[in-house]
Design a protein around this ligand. Sequence first.
Ligand code: NDP
Length: 272
Amino acid sequence: MTKRVFAVVGDPVAHSLSPLIHTRWIEENRLDGEYVRIHLRSANAAADIRGLAGAGFSGLNITLPHKLAALEAARVISPEAKLVGAVNTLALQPDGSWSGDNTDVEGFALAVSRATSADLRGRKVAVVGAGGAARAALVHLERLGASILLLNRTPENAEKLARELAPGAHTGSLDILPKAAAEADLVINTASLGHSGEALPDLPAGRGRPLLDLSYGKAAAPVLKAAAEAGWTPHDGLPMLVGQAAAAFRIWWKIEPDQEGALKACRARLAA
Ligand code: NDP
């Protein structure tokens, strides 16, 4: 057996924790594999990703901003990736082409199950943001039967996304957040506002309720700090990252990896 090589492809990609996670699992399971980073800055990402199928890679994780390009680059697409409308995991097929999957929904499901043990059927969930991460969130929350309120800086984007993935969801602008959060059983921030140091505006008292931010590390800090100060129980998006990585690892190696160990290793890296 020759060594199997995998990579995370994105722009930027230097700070990705995926190499740490996958290298750890490759070593723990004594596999003949390697996991590297590929910084892809390209106007023709779909063709470039298709080209990587002939460059010795057995699989790729795709991160911002190339998840739509990966959907285009894959010859076969899983029902989950079709539903979400994005591919974050590619696996090399015997004919040398890519098959595309989306493991973000599974990662998101893990993050939600760690934030709350409540059955969310019929429960009110306020979701902030209507970008790529919100797509995986809506798919899972719809499956759970949650009552979704989708809020976004640009409300038209929330309306468009809800029409596509969660037709029963109510939508609105961020102005509604104080009222929506006051009534919600769970608040989920999928918006990238923490990357510019911002927190969610005018959060009401949390009274211990869970608030999940899908970002992690420095980007999650402003949102989670303000939420904790308002009495919410804060959770970051690291379990989502590890959960989507575990699903990709399973697709490539058919092995269940140790997610708890990887989560601890990621937390230690972020704290260093
Ligand atoms: P996108 O660029 O696709 O979407 C960004 C969203 O954030 C849009 O809804 C946008 O609103 C909103 N937004 C951006 N800046 C602000 C702001 N200053 N104030 C209010 N709203 C703002 O990004 P993604 O959906 O891919 O990523 C969102 C977050 O999720 C990031 O923090 C990312 O790190 C995290 N993420 C975590 C993952 C994990 O595994 N844990 C996986 C994927 C993402 P508008 O429509 O008005 O532009």
